[in-house]
Design a protein around this ligand. Sequence first.
Ligand SMILES: NC(=O)c1ccc[n+]([C@@H]2O[C@H](COP(=O)([O-])OP(=O)(O)OC[C@H]3O[C@@H](n4cnc5c(N)ncnc54)[C@H](O)[C@@H]3O)[C@@H](O)[C@H]2O)c1
Length: 321
Amino acid sequence: MNIIITGAAGFIGSHLADRLLERGDSVLGIDNFARGTRENLAAALTNPRFRLLSCDLANDAAVQAVIDPLVEGQGFGAVWHLAANSDIPAGVADPGVDLKDTFLTTYNILNLMRRHGMSEIAFASTSAVYGEHKEQLVETLGPLLPISNYGAMKLASEGAISAAVESHFKRACIFRFPNVVGSRGTHGVIYDLLGKLSGRPNTLEVLGDGTQKKPYLHVSELVEAMLFIWDKAPDKIALYNIGPEDEGAKVSTIAQTVVDVSGRGVPLQFTGGDRGWVGDVPRFFYSVEKLAKLGWRPRMKSEQAVRRAVEELAVERGITP
Ligand SMILES: NC(=O)c1ccc[n+]([C@@H]2O[C@H](COP(=O)([O-])OP(=O)(O)OC[C@H]3O[C@@H](n4cnc5c(N)ncnc54)[C@H](O)[C@@H]3O)[C@@H](O)[C@H]2O)c1
């Protein structure tokens, strides 16, 4: 199948590209390289079934000038839309960031798909659409009131996709990710903590009081789960939480794992408060029952996924004993 991946040079997009190429698909990767890198796609770029294109997907004129001529008549059937802002605090400070990179990218991709008769979309959504809840996050939960502009623009994107499926497309998969970790990570708590350690500080600063607790999934299992849903879910709009089957890992545990794996032996220093930043949901736990019923279950628990990711990222960034 001919597939477009947006955000292909990013953390998850590059792992997805590798896996789709392994399956025998042809892939057109698109990225504006705001966060993604060509290095993430080193293996994919050696494959003749892979092409990489630079384009700002929030700019419709650029999409029409750069992408339209390349996809016209080329038999692209599906888009895996992963391009988005991945810096949640940046979108809280300036809502325009998420309007542009999280929502307009979706809006422009849907219009591109209509122009070229593409009929299937897979979308990287997030737990952030749920907002803050004490109860388990299940796909049927509502009303949904996100507490970050990132979550709001992801929810708006889900809505735009739903409407587009009703009027134009055959099918959509909407995946609500937990915290995803692993090699090639471009952001997130492990990435930030390792970055701080690279400056060889006397203490490791940890945002919040360390009790924040969220589910973590390794990127290898995330990609496996997405493809499983894509292949098996019968629904016209297949909306699934993807996550581990536990209640998550605490930030204090993650920080200690980073210190242990890096061998830097510094004490943790918490900045205090129940959350890392405005717009952060400090605690949530996912229901992944719907996905288990479809037939996919993760093998790693949150803390195992975190440990593996810390080991991978510490080597990648040269922060080892
Ligand atoms: N990593 C996580 O824990 C997590 C959790 C929930 C949802 N998600 C979603 O998964 C997707 C992939 O996230 P990731 O962790 O790989 O982040 P990432 O930042 O590594 O990847 C996103 C990619 O999109 C690109 N991009 C951003 N704006 C663009 C634009 N206007 N035009 C073209 N390209 C643009 C970036 O350069 C980057 O390469 C995102 O949609 C993100 O919201 C990720």
